[in-house]
Ligand binder design. Structure first.
Ligand code: ZN
Length: 155
């Protein structure tokens, strides 16, 4: 391979890595926004409007795809299935007759609401470590690729 091609290959790979890292940063930011949302709900100053006010959902091209969402990656299910969020939804449907969040969204109404909201908050906070691991592996990939490129003396 010529030095030129090698350099182009390197640039392409570098671009892929940068895009991955950007994705990580976007996911981190969305997760932090989501955590703030649940702090507000527990605090009584916020409400849950489902995907409408979920930064993680907004990060995706479609709320039905969940693509790179850190929640989906952790539980390997779409739509927050198999997460504490589903329990929160079911509780609001059954106990508070709130099927779709209504106009005001889902808020803390009873003691169990608080327990479930805290569980969701803890769950989201637990996902921070996944993103840190992802970021670290991304840096490692980049380093190992960089080491494998000895084009420096060939261009
Ligand atoms: Zn309740």
């Amino acid at each position: 391979m010529s030095g030129q091609n090698r350099f182009e290959g390197y640039l392409k790979e570098e671009l892929v890595q940068v895009e991955r890292e950007l994705e990580n940063v976007k996911n981190e930011l969305a997760l932090e926004k989501s955590i703030v949302k649940w702090f507000d709900i527990i605090n009584g100053t916020g409400a849950d409007h489902g995907s409408v006010n979920c930064a993680l959902c907004k990060n995706e091209q479609s709320v039905h795809i969940c693509g790179n969402c850190v929640v989906k990656k952790r539980v390997n299910h779409y739509g927050c299935n198999e997460t504490p969020y589903k329990d929160w939804i079911i509780h609001h449907e059954k106990k508070h007759n709130n099927l779709n969040g209504g106009g005001n969204g889902r808020k803390i109404i009873c003691g169990e609401c608080t327990v479930l909201a805290v569980r969701e908050l803890n769950f989201l906070e637990g996902l921070r470590s996944d993103l840190v691991l992802e970021a670290k592996s991304s840096v490692k990939r980049r380093e190992s690729y960089f080491k494998s490129c000895d084009f420096h003396d060939s261009i």
